[in-house]
Design a protein. Structure first.
Length: 313
């Protein structure tokens, strides 16, 4: 059987994708992966819609926003979630060292990936909880990925941003102040899900099931404690992590909240949180649509059945 290529895009290549490639779980299903690291979610989603990529891994809020016509082009699209993932929000709100509390962000410019999608919605909600309203008390500037937001913050071009604490620790933690942890305001939260267009999935359904199957096999391999040493080595070599950082990453991955223990089945509560935040911040009017508007579990279920069947052999 000829090998099919899956064009994948995301902000970072995580261990399941790396393991699925390196350990041959994709090739066992006659698949190869070409991965692209995106600079921002707008580039990512537009590329997915245009067919540049087949699959994306990103925040569940981007699916909701673009499906509702609240993405960068203002048009509704047929994006859907085919697989879950991490349900814990790692991102946190950081400000420059002179900002001592959230209320001091009043009148400031804050950096986001995109103004009305993703972690920008979490940021709006956090500030709303502290009496600050978007457009009245602060402004948002589209900057791009976590790394790009961090650079702007360290340069003093913005006063605050939602950031991955990992990158803050790597670069300059003493120059920034942690103001709020995202998970204290949104929990559980669909922070990383598998995304595709329904049009592509209709014509590539078997292809998508094979991709999910390979992904799930990689998760099983990671969760097997006998593979811990090799998994840590993959984290260090493929992600440039130190021994200590790799241990921490591995611990988070195997934690039940990390998305691996449930084989990346979508947690409906995490997606509900996404919708609730859009309602609370006024980005969506009630009532919220049913969750299945944004999620189709049929491909995942077929892949899970294949995993179960292969385990029984």
């Amino acid at each position: 059987m000829a090998t099919d290529t899956v064009m994948v895009v995301g902000f970072s290549k995580d261990l399941p994708l790396v393991a699925a490639e390196r350990k041959g779980f994709f090739s066992a299903h006659d698949l190869s992966v070409v991965y692209t690291q995106t600079r921002n979610s707008t580039e990512e989603i537009l590329g997915l819609l245009e067919g540049k990529w087949d699959v994306a891994f990103d925040n569940g809020d981007n699916v909701v926003a673009w499906a509702e016509g609240q993405g960068a082009d203002g048009k509704p699209h047929d994006l859907f979630i085919f697989m879950g993932g991490s349900q814990e929000l790692d991102q946190a709100l950081y400000g420059t060292s002179d900002i001592k509390e959230i209320r001091e962000l009043k009148g400031k410019v804050l950096g986001v990936d995109a103004i009305a999608t993703g972690y920008a919605v979490v940021l709006r909600y956090i500030l709303q909880c502290h009496g600050l309203s978007y457009g009245k008390d602060y402004s948002l500037e589209p900057v791009g990925s976590t790394r790009m937001r961090l650079e702007k913050l360290l340069e003093g071009k913005i006063s605050g941003a939602m950031l991955n604490p990992r990158y803050v620790e790597e670069m300059s933690p003493s120059r920034l102040r942690l103001l709020a942890r995202g998970k204290d305001y949104a929990d559980p939260y669909s922070s990383r899900v598998g995304i595709a267009t329904r049009a592509w999935a209709r014509t590539h359904g078997a292809f998508l099931v094979r991709f999910i199957h390979g992904h799930m096999m990689a998760m099983d391999w990671i969760l097997n404690s006998g593979n811990k040493s090799e998994a840590l080595a993959l984290i260090k070599t493929s992600m440039g992590r130190s021994e200590e950082q790799a241990e921490e990453d591995y611990r988070k991955l195997i934690d039940p909240r990390g998305g691996l223990a449930d084989k990346a089945a979508l947690n409906p509560a995490g997606l509900k949180t996404v919708l609730d935040l859009r309602l609370k911040t006024g980005l969506m009017k009630p009532p919220a649509p049913p969750l299945d508007k944004y999620y189709d579990g049929s491909f995942y279920q077929k892949a899970a059945a294949r995993v179960a069947a292969s385990s029984a052999d």
